[in-house]
Design a protein around this ligand. Structure first.
Ligand SMILES: C[S@@+](CC[C@H](N)C(=O)[O-])C[C@H]1O[C@@H](n2cnc3c(N)ncnc32)[C@H](O)[C@@H]1O
Length: 275
């Protein structure tokens, strides 16, 4: 993987910092602040239940199977911190790059085994300091709703991917069946954390974005269909209960509701090979 080292940067403590104090991006004549202070360790957040963590692991497995498999060079945009991608890398992976605007995620990033070259880059997904056609697979884990210019990020992904390379985007779904029920019944929900989201995507929005930029074979897998009261979810720690929860959530209810109505989703696609 070749970095664009002509761009201004510092290299310190194993991190390439290309932000050099950049704090905002201008989109449509509006200056918008970049998220640089994200720092969330879910393990110490009481609202995160065993079932939520189990759902995240399931989504990670889907990314591994549908996006990262057979990729020699992998880029994670918004990874690091509590992300567990290092556990799901393909045996053929030789390079793993984490690009994030936040130093906390980079400093606390879990590094894979040392035979895999790991790059930590502080930069925006909108302007990646990576030369063209360097990467086999990109994951954007729960991050596209945090960026400022989602289309620019997807265009940058297209640029740095090799032909035949894959992209996978995971997100909470603004069009999930239970969010609709909650909003129709006007039930007050206390948010599970105070992260700021610039966008609230549906899987259709992400599919359209990928197609517009030129990606093909765009597919979505919906996940996390089952939501129980927190008091019950907190008690579901036994592996057999979690397995039953996953079966109902991601097999039975997915069959019932279809791929676009889960609480979370993975949308993945391919950059076509040049003809
Ligand atoms: C919900 S977090 C993703 C998961 C996170 N790694 C964790 O462990 O929880 C969203 C991430 O997006 C990063 N981010 C925000 N704006 C970004 C941008 N424009 N380009 C790249 N990363 C960005 C934040 O720093 C944050 O780490």
């Amino acid at each position: 993987m070749k970095l664009d080292l002509k761009k201004d940067h510092n290299y310190q403590n194993g991190i390439y910092d290309f932000m050099a104090g950049t704090k905002s991006i201008v989109v449509a004549n509006k200056e918008i602040d970049i998220e640089v202070d994200y720092a969330w360790d879910y393990a110490s957040d009481p609202v995160i239940t065993p079932t939520i963590i189990h759902e995240w692991k399931y989504l990670d497995k889907l990314v591994s199977k549908n996006v990262l498999k057979n990729a020699r060079s992998i880029l994670s945009i918004g990874g690091g911190g509590s992300s567990r991608t290092h556990e799901y890398l393909s045996p053929v992976t030789q390079e793993f790059t984490i690009l994030n605007t936040g130093m906390w995620d980079l400093v606390n990033a879990q590094i894979p085994i040392e035979t895999i070259n790991t790059y930590l880059i502080c930069a925006t997904g909108e302007d990646m300091p990576i030369l063209d056609s360097q990467i086999d697979a990109i994951e954007i884990p729960a991050t596209l709703d945090h960026v400022i210019d989602a289309r620019k990020v997807i265009e940058e992904c297209y640029r740095v991917l090799n032909g035949g390379g894959k992209i996978g985007i995971t997100l909470g779904n603004s069009d999930s069946w239970y969010r609709k029920v909650v909003s129709n019944l006007r039930i007050q929900v206390t948010s599970n954390h105070d992260h700021h989201h610039n966008f609230h995507f549906t899987s259709k929005d992400v599919e359209n974005l990928l197609s517009e930029v030129g990606f093909t074979e765009v597919k979505t897998i919906g996940t996390a269909y089952l939501k129980l009261p927190k008091t019950i979810e907190r008690k579901m720690k036994a592996p057999v209960l979690l397995a039953a929860h996953r079966f109902i959530s991601n097999t039975m209810l997915r069959l019932l509701f279809g791929n676009s109505k889960g609480g979370m989703f993975l949308t993945y696609a391919m950059k076509p090979t040049a003809r």
